[in-house]
Design a protein around this ligand. Structure first.
Ligand code: 5GP
Ligand code: MN
Length: 332
């Protein structure tokens, strides 16, 4: 089980400057990857760094496969396909990824730089900068790009701001600090078209809305309404003509059930169940996720239960929710 350290990184700027020095000095390929099922922060932080390093003339392999709603961000020629082997002397940068096994696209070996903001990060890599007080990995990449002294352009600022927008729920979650808003202002100052970007980020295909109708019919309340759950099966996804990634933000809908402190959303996968957890008011989604073998942040976390069906997952997830509601003093 993963351990949690939600303290700020004590040597944040020192390490950021060290990473900038390493990246400036290298003549080798810089390979940039993020966690599986990449979200706006995973895609935005990696793409922003890739563009900044290319501006410095570096050879960069950006190995990330964005979900449909983020596919407008990269240009066709920016992609590099996943690899089983790294180029010689490569520097591997892993962003927004709680542990080395969650990172996908390339083997996590050789010289590894791990930059992340998950309290459950296992602190892997030759250099790791893990700061759970940062709202997004994109915030840390913003600082790294400043340390690299790369000149900001709209092309670099747009994906970085995307990471900030998505990980703060459009600047609404508790991680929306003055630093976040100041950084956002700076990035908009570099030419990001904010209204266009936030509009584009909300676009979903027609099948998404069909699937949402099915998903909302699975909503259940537990523990006198202190918790809310819903799920999606592979069959529902198929019937809606939809894809798995279309269900990614449904937890963000049910989390607003009045009177609830925890929202859990279960996704049936092949041979596994993926759980997304959201919480508020002193209840920790992170504790629930860690109990289930996953991780994340205090208000937003997740886990994948391998070899566990949807039916088997429900009682396990609800037991972990009950334990956390008790710990937080909401249940006797
Ligand atoms: P989501 O529910 O949106 O997939 O994830 C919420 C947060 O928890 C994200 O920051 C994500 O990186 C983290 N998370 C989700 N699933 C896992 C998991 O299986 N292991 C770990 N360590 N973190 C996870
Ligand atoms: Mn993130």
């Amino acid at each position: 089980m993963e351990t949690i350290n939600n303290q700020p990184e004590p040597h944040y700027w020192e390490k950021m400057r060290l990473v900038a020095d390493v990246l400036r000095a290298t003549d080798a390929t810089v390979v940039i990857i993020a966690h599986e099922d990449p979200d706006g922060d995973a895609v935005g932080s990696t793409l922003g760094l890739a563009r900044a390093l290319r501006q410095l003339g570096k050879e960069v392999w950006w190995i990330v496969e964005p979900p449909r709603f983020l596919r407008f961000l990269p240009h066709e020629d920016e992609y590099h396909e996943p690899v089983d082997e790294l180029p010689e002397d490569a520097v591997l940068v892993v962003l927004d990824s709680g542990d080395r096994h969650r990172a996908v696209g390339a083997p996590v070996e050789g010289f590894v730089i791990n930059i992340d903001h998950h309290g459950s990060n296992s602190r892997f890599g030759q250099i790791h900068i893990v700061d759970p007080t940062k709202a997004a990995a994109a915030q840390m990449v913003k600082d790294l790009i400043d340390a690299l002294e790369v000149e900001w352009t709209e092309e670099i600022a747009t994906p970085v701001l995307t990471g900030l927008i998505t990980d703060t729920g459009n600047f609404r979650f508790g991680n929306t600090t003055p630093e976040v808003l100041e950084t956002a202002a700076e990035l908009v100052g570099h030419g990001v078209k904010l209204a266009e970007l936030t509009d584009r980020l909300q676009w979903r295909p027609p099948q998404y809305f069909k699937l949402m109708g099915m998903v909302l019919s699975t909503v259940q309340f537990h523990f006198d309404g202190l918790a809310v759950s819903a799920h999606v099966t592979r069959k529902m996804t198929e019937e809606a003509g939809s894809t798995e990634e279309d269900s990614d933000d449904f937890v963000g809908v049910i989390r607003y059930a009045e009177g609830s402190y925890v929202a859990v959303f279960l996704k049936e996968r092949e041979g596994a169940t993926k759980v997304s957890i959201r919480s508020r008011a002193g209840v920790s989604a992170q504790n629930i996720a860690v109990e289930l073998g996953g991780g994340g942040h205090v208000p937003a976390a997740g886990a994948t239960l391998e070899g566990v069906s949807l039916e088997e997952a429900y009682p396990r997830v609800l037991a972990a929710v009950e334990k956390e509601l008790k710990r937080a003093g909401f249940l006797g």
